[in-house]
Design a protein around this ligand. Structure first.
Ligand code: PBG
Length: 324
């Protein structure tokens, strides 16, 4: 019996050896913390399906932003939870809507220490829960929605967002928002495009997080999980329309799409470890079925290995503490 000529195990023999040859690193600066701010809340409200995540009051939001900044986290992504919903999502374009109020609060708290981002989508604000306005047949009207997105983006920029994140998967959204920002003089406000965003069951807990009114699904605008190549088409369009950064979402079930996009994108690529991914790990860890912290780190590392420059994760502040 001959001895193996190649012994990859040599590079795994000691912690120091493994540290020396490790290819991939996750740093706090690469993490973005998604947060929910709820109109009228005086106390943070726990989200049952996302243990450890809350709907913030304005005060607790400011504190969460300050904590993220001191932990060295790279950015924060705000979602608004309004008290009132209507057919056209008026709260989204209202300068005093909760998301815009939250943006002003966060900028007042952290200034430029974090990249402050805003979810640019109507689903939190509409009474039907869809990401756009509906036509007479009840179908999401792409072009009518673009007009609302343009105004929403401008208000978010005015409220202090460094970056807006269109997440509604309307055709042409990046181009229309870019033009509207430029028209209003917001040349330096960036766009993080949710480029390859798939219709996913893993968004389940997010529905509770934003008190979603949605009945039905988003399959006429979000992508079919069977389609990888289509993600590249969306990438080409978003780059042409002026996206500053692009995103693949969800994270773990779509690592192949992330890798394909990261391979060819000439702008930074983000991924979003979404609510269901968070809930799965927390639930299994609570049962004692998974080692929570190791599982989280392994998942974050997988995004980096697949090519993500930026990771949106509800564990951003906590993980930044361990990574430092
Ligand atoms: C749309 C939006 C959603 C998420 C982020 N932006 C919900 C959806 O598309 O149905 C999901 C985030 C998560 O599940 O953590 N505004």
């Amino acid at each position: 019996m001959g001895f193996p000529a190649q012994r990859p195990r040599r590079l795994r023999t000691t912690p120091a050896m493994r540290r020396l040859v490790s290819e991939t690193e996750v740093r706090p600066r690469q993490l973005v913390l998604p947060v929910f701010v709820r109109e009228g809340a005086t106390e943070p409200t726990p989200i049952a399906s996302m243990p450890g995540v809350v709907q913030h009051s304005r005060d607790s939001l400011r504190k969460a932003a300050a904590d993220a900044a001191s932990a060295g986290v790279g950015g924060i992504m705000l979602f608004g939870v309004p008290e009132h919903h209507d057919a056209i999502g008026s709260g989204a374009t209202d300068p005093d809507g909760i998301l815009n109020v939250g943006l002003r609060d966060v900028r007042a708290e952290v200034g430029d220490d974090l990249v402050v981002m805003a979810d640019l989508c109507l689903d939190e604000f509409t009474d039907h829960g869809h990401c756009g306005v509906l036509d007479e047949q009840g179908v999401v009207d792409n072009d009518a929605t673009l007009e609302v997105y343009a105004r929403m983006g401008v208000e978010q920029a005015r409220a202090g967002a460094h970056v807006v994140g269109p997440s509604g998967m309307m055709d042409g959204q990046v181009g229309v928002i870019r033009a509207a920002l430029d028209d209003e003089g917001f040349h330096d406000t960036g766009i993080l495009a949710y480029t390859a965003k798939y219709a996913s069951a893993f968004y389940g807990p997010f529905r509770e997080a934003v008190n979603s009114q949605l009945k039905g699904d988003r399959r006429t605008y979000q992508q079919d999980g069977a389609n990888g190549r289509e993600g590249l088409r969306e990438l080409a369009l978003d780059l042409e329309e002026g996206a500053d950064m692009v995103m693949v979402k969800p994270g773990m079930p779509y690592l192949d799409v992330l890798a394909r996009i990261a391979e060819v994108s000439d702008v930074p690529v983000a991924t979003y470890q979404i609510s269901g991914e968070y809930a799965m790990i927390e639930a299994a860890a609570a049962q004692g079925w998974l080692d929570r912290d190791r599982t989280i780190l392994e998942a974050l590392t997988s995004f980096r290995r697949a090519g993500a420059d930026v990771i949106l994760t509800y564990w951003a502040t906590e993980a930044a503490g361990w990574l430092d």
